[in-house]
Design a protein around this ligand. Structure first.
Ligand code: FE
Length: 340
């Protein structure tokens, strides 16, 4: 397990954490997000509130295992991770506690938070389609996820593997909105249309479209934007594709969230709630989302110019908790369909 410790504590992390957990004005944050902007934002929180932030960074599953293992003795106050499917794992593991906050309830749309306040969405990503500018004519202005299962896309579709949480959450959202039978048929259709065996990350799907291995890929929007800002090769790849937000006239594009919740028996519960409330203020929202070219969850918070250029879109209003609830069914369905 690889963990990075920053902010106030450097050496002997656990010892420092445990002693500071009992001290007055701290909040201990376990986070699976690792953007420099997040650290800068937390410093601003300290300036505003006097509450010192101890930031423990790690991989989502490792941090969750640690929370479970530490149990009642955990110094953790806040758990932040990426994807509602992973937030659901934390819910299932019983490590989060319900927060009732008028501030959070007013700021975070209902679809972007757990119905019982076990976690709140903090940034939003859209699972979009990128198509080759060269091989998919401009006249193709709209596409739905469903269309990728039609015969005309045979041998042209690129996707990540079914072991990836982003893929699982997309299929889970389809189960919620389209039902089991339609989703299962879609899985079979899309597998039949794959350009190659699912492999690599989202960036690799975009690179594969650019390289002519396939003509359409399913990716999180920020990978496209970050490649536009990346090295020359990535920029060229991103410039060879265009983005289509699917299902604009019916279910909306599947979205997912980075989010955070207050840990069960958090030693500094009030400070934990204060931190979440800080993170949904407009300015904090903009900074938090900008770190990964995501959309803020709070209406009216400013986006980066690249995100703004992608334009407004119709998003799915499926409650994000459903993505976790249908996760196991989604995995089984993809397995049956031969989605590797
Ligand atoms: Fe990602």
């Amino acid at each position: 397990m690889k963990l990075f410790v920053r902010a106030a504590c450097v050496a002997a992390a656990s010892a420092v954490l445990i002693s500071s957990a009992t001290a007055a004005n701290v909040v201990n944050v376990y986070t699976a997000r690792h953007y420099d902007t997040d650290a800068a934002l937390l410093e601003r929180f300290t300036e505003q509130t006097g509450i010192e932030v101890n930031l423990i960074e790690g991989k989502s599953d490792a941090l969750l295992e640690r929370l479970v293992r530490e149990g009642d003795r955990s110094p953790a106050d806040v758990f932040i991770t990426v994807d509602a499917g992973r937030l659901h794992r934390a819910v299932e593991a019983g490590v989060l506690s319900s927060v009732e906050s008028p501030v959070l309830a007013a700021a975070v749309p209902a679809s972007a938070r757990h119905p019982d306040g076990l976690w709140y969405g903090l940034a939003k990503r859209a699972r979009v389609l990128v198509v080759s500018r060269e091989r998919v004519p401009d006249t193709v202005e709209t596409l739905d996820y469903e269309m990728l299962a039609l015969p005309e896309w045979r041998g042209r579709v690129l996707s990540r593997s079914s072991s990836n949480i982003y893929t699982q959450s997309l299929v889970a959202s389809m189960i919620e909105t389209r039902g089991d039978a339609a989703t299962e048929a879609w899985c079979e259709g899309i597998v039949a249309n794959f350009a190659r065996r699912p492999q690599g990350g989202d960036r690799d799907q975009i690179r594969a479209v650019a390289a002519g291995e396939g003509d359409v890929a399913i990716v999180n929007h920020y990978y496209y934007l970050r490649m536009l800002e990346g090295n020359a090769a990535d920029r060229a790849a991103a410039e060879s594709v265009r983005v289509i937000f699917p299902n604009q006239s019916d279910h909306g594009t599947h979205v997912n969230f980075s989010g955070g919740g207050v840990v069960a028996r958090a030693p500094n519960r009030e400070n934990a709630v204060a931190l979440l409330e800080f993170l949904v203020q407009n300015e904090a929202q903009s900074a938090f989302a900008a770190g990964n070219q995501e959309f803020p969850v709070v209406e009216g918070a400013a986006t980066t110019s690249l995100v703004a250029e992608l334009g407004p879109f119709v998003e799915s209003t499926v409650n994000a908790e459903a993505l976790g609830l249908h996760n196991a069914a989604a995995v089984r369905m993809m397995d049956r369909a031969g989605w590797r």
